[in-house]
Design a protein around this ligand. Structure first.
Ligand SMILES: Cc1ncc(COP(=O)(O)O)c(C=O)c1O
Length: 471
């Protein structure tokens, strides 16, 4: 007898194959009201045939999907899905394991154990560090900073899990002006308040200044302190100078956390790992699988050097739970309780690529970024705002009629961004960096080829030429 899920799954496979084998506009074409009209249906009173539900779903979202899994999507920091990871992600839902405990999902627990060990090897983190597979870098920060909060308060004889934050010694967060917004949100979620963050100045390369860090630490040397450093900022891919900053932070007893949402992957490339010199001496590290590793959403990784602090900040013993003394119960390391077996997709991605395949993916996407940034930046009226050292770069476009006017250059850059999107060959997003509007170039997708890069430069050349003639 056929299982009732077989037919809708076959329909899903047909739709998936059709989707993957067709080329799509880089950006969604349907408007907000069109999507609402198609998707906001009255909830049906009676049950529907599951295959019809799937066919209808595919029709309803038509025109509302960006080609963000495709090879010419360079907006934000978006990865695609490696074939093995995508297929494993499907199976994750078929198997529908509750990956909270070994007892509840044995294979899922062991797959996470193995994935954690491989990730530490690739990211060149000490093999003793604890880890958690979470939804993304945002929750990786929360996980790591929970451990940090535990440790810096424990040193002041304060038990934050038991006594909360009311009356606790105040914690400060020292970081750079280039920090990502997820750091602020993590600090807010932990009840430390955004005002506990001190944003320190950076040098000309976007790196936190050592003198500024040392001076800030010295203003209150006994205060519980977390220093948040960055491996790869999303504008120019700046890496803090870990080998000089971490010893300064350690001298004052601070906890050091590294936001390496994508930049931590530079450690998987022999050509790039010098950017992370000294990073292994931090106390915690966050990164993503759904960006540069090309695992489907949602997939982030947290790593903590002080296993006890990590575990103490999260573990909880309930009488109805079957804990395991020998295997790894994920609930002791993750902020969630019930959760999908998200290790399967990571395990499959790492096996598909292997050590050399990951290095090749990182190097290849960096080469493409450089070619795109230098290619577009050398067009008449274009300017490179920093040669990419990894897979992030910035280009801006000058108004042909008044290239000395900053406001007109900002407006012209925004116009080029809109015109490039309308041309439909590539998806870029904008940013304001050092007071100037710029096009961000971010290449994370395993599928992006040299031919894609050539096609995009040709398309931007045409768009820019037309815009310069018709301002
Ligand atoms: C440097 C940095 N940190 C953190 C994040 C947040 O990652 P996620 O969206 O996976 O939570 C991003 C996302 O682009 C990022 O670039």
């Amino acid at each position: 007898m056929r299982h009732p899920s077989e037919e809708p799954l076959s329909a899903a496979l047909r739709h998936a194959q059709q989707y993957l084998s067709t080329s799509h506009p880089v950006a969604a074409t349907a408007t907000l009201s069109e999507l609402r009209a198609k998707i906001h249906l009255p909830l049906n009173e009676e049950s529907l045939d599951p295959t019809q539900v799937i066919d209808d779903l595919v029709r309803s979202v038509e025109g509302g999907l960006h080609d963000s899994a495709g090879p010419r999507f360079f907006g934000w920091v978006i990865g695609g899905s490696l074939p093995a990871a995508l297929a494993a992600d499907w199976l994750t839902s078929v198997w529908d394991q509750n990956a909270a405990l070994y007892a509840c999902a044995p294979a899922a627990a062991i797959v996470e154990e193995a994935s954690g060990a491989w990730l530490k090897q690739l990211l060149r983190l000490p093999s003793s560090v604890s880890f958690a597979l979470v939804t993304g870098c945002q929750m990786a920060h929360v996980t790591c900073l929970m451990a940090a909060r535990h440790a810096v308060l424990a040193r002041k004889q304060w038990n934050v899990e038991r006594d909360g934050l009311t009356g606790a010694p105040s914690i400060r967060i020292l970081t750079s002006s280039e920090k990502h917004g997820t750091i602020v949100r993590a600090v807010q979620m932990l009840g430390l308040g955004a005002n506990s963050i001190v944003a320190l100045p950076v040098d000309d390369h976007g790196r936190l200044r050592a003198d500024a860090l040392e001076a800030a630490l010295a203003t209150s040397p006994d205060q519980p302190t977390i220093v948040v450093l960055q491996a790869g900022d999303l504008n120019i891919g700046a890496f803090d100078d870990f080998s000089s900053l971490i010893p300064i932070a350690k001298k004052f007893g601070a906890w050091v956390h590294i936001d390496g949402a994508f930049g931590l992957w530079a450690n998987a490339s022999p050509k790039l790992r010098h950017l992370l010199n000294g990073a292994e001496d931090a106390d915690s590290w966050s990164t993503d699988g759904h960006k540069w590793l090309n695992v489907p959403y949602d997939c982030g990784y947290a790593f903590v050097a002080d296993r006890e602090a990590h575990r103490a900040s999260l573990s909880y013993a309930a009488s109805y739970i079957t804990y395991d003394d020998t295997a790894r119960d994920q609930v002791n390391w993750n902020p969630e309780w019930s959760r999908r077996g998200r290790g399967f997709a990571t395990y499959a991605a790492l096996r598909q690529l292997g050590v050399n395949g990951v290095a090749d993916l990182i190097d290849r996407t960096c080469d493409h970024t450089r070619t795109l940034v230098l290619g577009m930046g050398s067009l008449p009226g274009a300017e490179v705002l920093g040669v990419p050292q990894i897979n992030q770069g910035l280009v801006r476009f000058l108004d042909p009629h008044d290239p000395e006017d900053p406001a007109r250059n900002d407006a012209f850059t925004d116009r080029i961004l809109a015109d490039v999107l309308a041309a439909g060959d590539a998806f870029f997003t904008g940013t304001t960096w050092h007071g100037q509007r710029a096009m961000r170039v971010s290449v994370c997708n395993w599928q992006t080829s040299a031919a894609d890069v050539e096609l995009v430069i040709a398309s931007v050349t045409r768009t820019l030429h037309a815009a310069r003639l018709t301002p």
